[in-house]
Design a protein around this ligand. Structure first.
Ligand SMILES: CC(C)(COP(=O)(O)OP(=O)(O)OC[C@H]1O[C@@H](n2cnc3c(N)ncnc32)[C@H](O)[C@@H]1OP(=O)(O)O)[C@@H](O)C(=O)NCCC(=O)NCCS
Length: 159
């Protein structure tokens, strides 16, 4: 499997990140969303193969909870295991800081992402009605969580 090089996202990276965000999402974050996250100290990462950025993640830590706010793989690089590697990197960070849970919201229609999360051990925690804008009206968000207690006890190394 191709190893991803991981680096911290900087404000200077936001332009290229936003281009990828728009390519990969029907309702992309704004440039300002990424800038606010960086200025707010949220941990944000770039993932590259042979110096080419193929994805990114944005992570917020609140007490013992890690919230995965954004995860994205460039459309032409999807389906090659990179999304799983990025998710495992984020879970590894959460384990390092002894967090008890990783949580995220995902669109009810985003089966691909949900498959990734379910197959990694995430469970559906609740449904947030009308959480996301949609082509027609609003769309539900599914709140998913991965309890880390068991993983820590097993001493699994996900990195
Ligand atoms: C969701 C996303 C990050 C997954 O990244 P990826 O690199 O394509 O995913 P991977 O190749 O690592 O595949 C991981 C799992 O996703 C699922 N998956 C991947 N492609 C799929 C497809 N075409 N249909 C259904 N499930 C699929 C599978 O469960 C797969 O695991 P497997 O290969 O062991 O069966 C990527 O599709 C993406 O960036 N999408 C746009 C942004 C987005 O939706 N982000 C999530 C917001 S919550």
């Amino acid at each position: 499997m191709t190893e991803l090089a991981i680096s911290q996202m900087q404000l200077a990276d936001v332009d290229k990140v936003w281009q990828m965000e728009k390519q990969a999402n029907r309702f992309p974050w704004t440039k300002g969303n990424f800038e606010d996250c960086l200025k707010g100290g949220y941990r944000s990462f770039l993932y590259s193969v042979a110096d080419e950025m193929i994805g990114y993640s944005v992570v917020q830590s609140v007490l013992d909870e890690v919230h995965l706010l954004n995860i994205c793989v460039k459309p032409t690089s999807q389906g090659n295991g990179f999304g799983r590697q990025i998710l495992n990197h984020v879970i590894g960070l959460a384990l390092e800081q002894s967090a008890s849970i990783v949580v995220l919201e995902v669109r009810a229609s985003n089966f691909r992402a949900q498959q990734l999360y379910l197959s990694t051990g995430f469970n559906e925690m609740s449904v947030r009605r009308g959480y996301y804008p949609a082509e027609q009206g609003r769309e539900d968000g599914v709140l998913m969580g991965l309890e880390l207690g068991m993983l820590s006890q097993l001493g699994q190394n996900l990195l």
